[in-house]
Structures are given as structure tokens and as C-alpha cells.
Design a protein around this ligand. Sequence first.
Ligand code: ZN
Length: 294
Amino acid sequence: MRIGIDLGGTKIEGAALAGDGRLVLRRRVPTPSGDYDAIIAAVRDLVLALEAGLGEHATVGVGIPGALSPATGLVKNANSLCLNGRPFDRDLAAALARAVRVANDANCFALSEASDGAAKGARTVFGVILGTGVGGGIVIDGRLVEGPNRIAGEWGHTPLPWPADDERPGPPCYCGRAGCLETFLSGPSLARDAGLADGETVAARATACDPAAEAALQRYEGRLARGLACIINILDPDAIVLGGGLGRMARLYDAVPKRWSRYVFYDSVATRLLPPAWGDASGVRGAAWLWPEG
Ligand SMILES: [Zn+2]
């Protein structure tokens, strides 16, 4: 058995996968806010609870926001700021008294969807997380592209392209800059733009024909289209898969490709924009696969 954990900004999702990739058990707990030791304890307890349900030990892979720096072995670039500068993999390994494997959450998502998900068979895949944070991962020929800085696909902290005057300089970002894509495309950013509590409420109000929510969603779609057009211009992926809470909005898959063509440097865009085949479970599946079979 393999356990995959997806450590998000608001929830920690855990699942146990059988050898054939089948999900046999899932559990979810809220993420302790801003408390590193409590997060380590919550992940440990989630793993132990899954193993109690399974009645056996399993390998443990974890998808986290940010990445482990190859230079220091410490977490960097996490939007759950309390993780930054901490040896998350070593601390969790100590808490569980065994080796664990840790990777970027968007990379786990992209790997899951490229392997046997929505983008199965596509050569070049860009996987996107649109959640509390915004991230991306690149899979080419079934292999994750990581890069010497471990930031391949880290699209959320690039600027919103082709900004309108009222989008400049853009909202401040925790990374120290302003106008990052994350400050426009995360769930909290959409909610702030619409003046509502969260992204799900914006989607629900827009469906109920609330004009303010609808306008905010249309701005969101335009921004997402511009951001993805840049990815298409550089990477030219066969498929782009949208995960995270906002990736559940079905309208994006029709509206965004209609909007991105005017920004892509080609007259007919063949790139497919796809919802995730595994939904919320993609992150945990990709994390579980950090321990390949055998
Ligand atoms: Zn930023």
C-alpha cells in the first residue's frame, strides 16, 4: 500500500492506494493555520489513522506547496509561510520514524493527470493548481520536469500578462512583488475581487445570475486565459489540466480557450484545456506515486 498526502492551505487530504492504483481509503483534516509543529503532527496523525484503517504499514509521499531547496534541503516558496526554511521531510520522517518523500503539490497533480488521468497520452502537459495558492507543474513524455532551481512550472509568481491599466501594479503578493498571477487567480483573490467570502460562493452566485459575481468571474476567465496563453507561447503543451478548488468550475473549460486565442502566437490553438480526471484525488495520487511500485 502507498499513502499519498496533499498538504493544502486549508485542508490536508490523505489517501491510501492499492498496488493497482485504486483508492482504497481517503481522509481529510483541516490544516492547522500558521503552526509548523501542528502541521507536522496533523500529517503524522493522518498517516497513522489511514494505516489503522488499512491494518498495515504503507509508504508515505507528500505533496507540499513550495519545494525543498536542493542547496539547503529546506522548504522554500511555500504560500503556507510557516513551512519555509524548515526541513519538512526530515521532521516528518522523524515524527513517523521512517523515510518519507516530499515534492511540490502542483508537480504531484501534473504527474497524476499526465500518467493515467485527463492528459493520458499527451506528450507535454501543464498541470495547474487554482486553489488557496496558484502553482503549476510540467510533465514531458511521462516525466516530471523539475529544473536546477526546482521551480519548473512555477507560474503563480510570474506577472499577469497584458495587464489593463486597473490591473497595474496589481495586488501585493506574499513573495514580495505585486501583480503575480496568484494575486489574481487564487480562490481568495477571486473572492476579494467579487467582494464575497470565497471562490465557491462566487461560482454559486454567478450561476444564480448575480451580476457582480458574474462580472468577477468574467474578469477571472480573461486573466486565466492571458496567463495560460503565455504558457502556450513558451511550452506549447498538448494539454493543460486545471486542478484545485477553482478547477471545478465547469465553465472555465469552454470560456478560457475562447479567450486565449487572441493572445496565443498562432491562428488556431490545438492545446486542450481539461478538467482533472481524478478531481481532488489527483494531488494525493501523485504524492503516493513518489514511491514507484517495486
Ligand atoms: Zn508572488
